[in-house]
Design a protein around this ligand. Structure first.
Ligand SMILES: Cc1cc2nc3c(=O)[nH]c(=O)nc-3n(C[C@H](O)[C@H](O)[C@H](O)COP(=O)(O)OP(=O)(O)OC[C@H]3O[C@@H](n4cnc5c(N)ncnc54)[C@H](O)[C@@H]3O)c2cc1C
Length: 479
């Protein structure tokens, strides 16, 4: 429900619809490729108030709220920002979101809140995402949020996986007074927010400020613990936990299965992004900074991960950075917004191109990628036209570094090491109730990419919160 103030009933919607739109200010492309800082120039208070005043306050439930997987009360936040009540606006987001400053930056807004905005039908939507970033930054500066916490219940919950799903689950349970310990294979929390999404999309400082708030709520973090290998789900539960949430993501890089994949200079996207974007203090064990990448980097794939790898390579000073994709731009699954930024920054694209072999130079390192030209046939199961190789069209692309960004698979280890925890589809955790994330074990819940396969930060977060509500109910019944 929107908190609709009476003044809103008197607004002139027609006048608001006709207010001119101003694009987000971005740092110039040539400046931003020289560092890993964020790309968008934040709103000034005046710009934010103007932008928020474009909201026409649709009747409840507003389409933007319905379009947001966590159902943020965006219209109320817009009204408060317009009135200059920035901290109050930020508080609105905390009611529904555990990571509002993260979602403001990384959500594909054109697919969720901004995509649902009625102004979007005839022109440009209200820029809700950047307004969320603005309100949260103002709050952090003027009056940092301190969450209310219920008295301790004496109940203990273990969370496996410190990505958006696990963090959203932990955040809600901590506020209900339960003790929460998060286990993760990585040395630091964040999941793909830290060990995937590059700094120029989401600065690590922004994430760790929010993490600090969770530390103040009392969360315990046990890093460098790969559940299924270093310990098991049942060994953790046996330490006195009343329930568990599994937010383990889908983090295994899809293989390409072509000759030469193991040559020096050929990388998997996750390894590449971690080694290019994560600071020495939180690098996983045995991971080293990327070496000199040479002059020619090719990135194989058409999703957001490919865009992130292209843009990371450009920031590492590589001269020629090229994306190889087997269909055309129209079939690319990644965000058009990120692709536009990549192109502005100098990334080139070669469509209808399928690598078939990585070729070594005399020094034994990668020197080229042999490719074959493709043409599009009939649509396949995904609805996109199937790429078909054109016989005899092989050609070679010079490459000192190649990055495979072909998508992600779930890790089967939790299913394989936990009796009676059922998995399906290559290891995704099976839930018997999609709303609560209840698994085939009574006190184990699951959510996020480990249940759905690769999706979004906001959908993982929403799933973690839904499971937290169910776990809280389950724990209260135990009394
Ligand atoms: C490069 C990249 C860029 C992306 N960019 C965007 C974007 O801009 N916007 C967007 O909305 N989404 C983006 N996504 C998708 C988004 O990051 C994920 O959908 C989201 O992080 C999923 O959250 P999660 O909590 O389910 O899992 P994750 O974030 O993957 O976290 C899972 C955590 O579980 C831990 N873990 C896994 N297995 C075990 C185990 N056995 N024992 C202990 N710990 C374990 C992992 O170490 C990890 O920390 C991107 C994904 C990638 C790969």
């Amino acid at each position: 429900m929107q908190a609709v103030p009476s003044e809103l009933l008197a607004i002139d919607r027609k006048k608001r619809v006709n207010k001119p739109f101003f694009e987000l200010d971005l740092r110039p492309a040539e400046e931003r490729v020289s560092d890993f800082d964020e790309v968008v120039i934040p709103f000034t208070p005046e710009e934010a108030q103007y932008q928020a005043s474009r909201c026409i306050h649709c009747p409840d439930p507003a389409p933007c709220m319905l379009g947001c997987p966590t159902h943020n009360d965006i219209p109320s936040a817009m009204w408060l920002i317009e009135q200059g009540k920035f901290v109050e606006a930020a508080r609105i987001y905390h009611n529904t979101s555990a990571l509002p400053e993260v979602c403001g930056r990384v959500c594909p807004h054109e697919q969720v809140c901004e995509g649902s905005c009625v102004l979007h039908k005839s022109g440009e939507p209200v820029l809700c995402g950047q307004l969320e970033v603005f309100a949260l930054a103002q709050e952090r500066e003027l009056d940092p949020y301190v969450a209310e916490k219920a008295p301790k219940t004496g109940k203990k919950v273990a969370v496996v996986g410190a990505g958006p799903a696990g963090l959203a689950c932990a955040d809600y349970l901590l506020k209900q007074g339960h003790d929460v310990t998060i286990y993760d294979a990585h040395p630091a929390p964040g999941g793909l927010l830290v060990y995937g999404i590059p700094n120029f999309k989401l600065s690590k400082d922004v994430f760790f400020e929010r993490w600090n708030d969770m530390v103040n709520l009392g969360v315990e973090f046990v890093g460098k613990t790969y559940v299924g290998k270093d310990t098991t789900v049942d060994e953790i539960l046996a330490q006195g936990f009343d329930a568990m949430f599994l937010g383990v993501g889908s983090l295994i890089d899809a293989p390409m299965e072509v000759p030469g994949e193991d040559l020096p200079g050929v990388y998997e996207a996750t390894d590449y992004l971690i080694r290019g974007n994560v600071g020495d203090d939180i690098l996983p064990e045995n991971a080293e900074r990327l070496p000199d990448l040479g002059n020619d980097v090719v990135v194989i794939g058409g999703g957001d991960t490919a865009s992130d790898c292209l843009r990371t390579s450009l920031r590492m000073g590589v001269e020629n950075v090229t994306c190889l994709y087997r269909r055309t731009e129209a079939e690319m699954p990644g965000s058009a917004k990120d692709r536009k930024l990549a192109k502005q920054e100098g990334a080139k694209y070669k469509f209808l191109t399928q690598p078939v072999q990585f070729i070594a130079g005399e020094d034994g390192k990668l020197a080229a990628v042999e490719c074959i030209e493709m043409e599009l046939g009939e649509p396949d199961a995904s609805g996109r036209r199937r790429p078909i190789p054109i016989e005899g069209s092989n050609f070679s692309v010079p490459a000192t570094t190649a990055v495979k960004a072909l998508g992600y698979w779930p890790d089967e280890i939790i299913g394989k090491t936990t009796p009676d925890l059922e998995t399906h589809k290559w290891g995704l955790i099976k839930v018997v109730d999609a709303e609560t994330g209840q698994t085939t074990r009574e006190n184990i819940f699951a959510g996020g990419d480990g249940v759905t396969g690769p999706d979004l930060v906001v959908t993982a977060m929403a799933a973690g919160k839904r499971s937290a509500l169910a776990i809280d109910k389950y724990l209260k019944k135990q009394k």
